[in-house]
Design a protein around this ligand. Sequence first.
Ligand code: 9MR
Length: 450
Amino acid sequence: MRSLRSGLLTSLLAGVVTAGSLLVAAPVSHAADTPLRGLAEAKGKVMGTAVTGSKLTGTYGEIAAREFNWLTPGNAMKWGSVEPSRGTYNWAEADRIVDFAETHGQQVRGHTLLWHQQNPGWLTNGSWTKDRLSTVVQDHIATEVGRYKGRVAAWDVVNEPFDEDGTYRPTLFRTTLGQDYIAQALTWARAADPGAKLYINDYNVEGVNAKSTALYDLVKSLKERGVPIDGVGLQAHLIVGQVPSTLRQNIQRFADLGVDVAITELDIRMQLPATQAKLTQQAADYRAVLNACVAVARCTGVTVWGFTDSDSWIPDTFPGQGAATPYDENYQPKPAYHAIAEALGGTTTPPPTGACTAVYSVTSQWSSGYTGQVRIACSGASLSSWKVNWTFGAGQRITQAWNANCTQSGAAVSCANAPYNGSVPDGGSVTFGFNGSWSGSNPVPVVALG
Ligand code: 9MR
């Protein structure tokens, strides 16, 4: 009984102190005064994000609901997700996202009906005649669009139909059904939900180039033929410092054809680690993309491909690269977030120009002793030596320290760097640890970095 009680007490205390670990020095930047969706709505624009349905709770769900007025399922509506075996459907994650959107007054971008990736094996491995594949594709579009009729505001009907040189990508659909598969898909989608906006979506079509010109020519001819096409999606998977200079001009030329333009999958990747200089450039790049869209009336708005670096496809696909989204992995808004807010007319507290911080935390605790650590991290600043001071509030005593020279006098503790870890570079961190004794309670002290 006693050991159970003290065990419980210990874990309770450990929970409290862990949650209470303290951040000192300059605070991490905080969110805009008005959430992005409010700013976007005031401008009549979409501010969207791709989401993963299973993550829509906790902090992830709160930010997705608070900051965005459109959601795109990152994977949940792709053919391979919704019909893994022929005739057997799995709508669970897609439904969850659509329900979440409706609960939070958001619109949904359906993504995507025809693509050469993430298709079910039965489709890609099948041997198809033109007629049989045509029936299957029509049925797929009718089933999926029909299921969400009136609930999905826009569909990426065809995704990534072009190769880089502007020729048609030789997908199963293109090679079996012929070039007009795109017009047919749009027509079938229109029949299934006349109220949904129908898009063709592609990447590397943000600036004026061979691929975007092929897309332009296609949309022009579809419009001339009276095929239902409402918009083009420019994915915008960009690299820091490389926003195409012709982005606005390109948006405008599509708008001039009489279609809407949406930035559908914006992210801006960098080589890791993310330094203050790279994050500043990234913020300028996000701002440039937002500005280009805001400048053209028919640009409906911008969707980011994941709002947090913890939910981004980049690190898996481009090893060593990442930090591509507006929030870091701990859901802290980055300079890019503030740039988006400002481009949408918001005012934000300027992001800190740079700081080093020290965080004290208890890593384990038992009946009378504990192990703690202090992590010193720099972003936009650096240190060549450091000292961390604090005053214990409940009689704790340091018994042993490593990776720092610590002294304690009464309740006052002072820890200075060891000879080998005084330097903390911009974007880097050092950690030192200690064992200590406690009784009664073990509150986290206020830590000062000097
Ligand atoms: O974000 C998606 C990732 O989780 C998938 O593994 C990947 C599979 O190819 O697809 C990603 O989303 C893509 C989107 O559907 C179409 N444009 C490119 C996106 C990034 O690959």
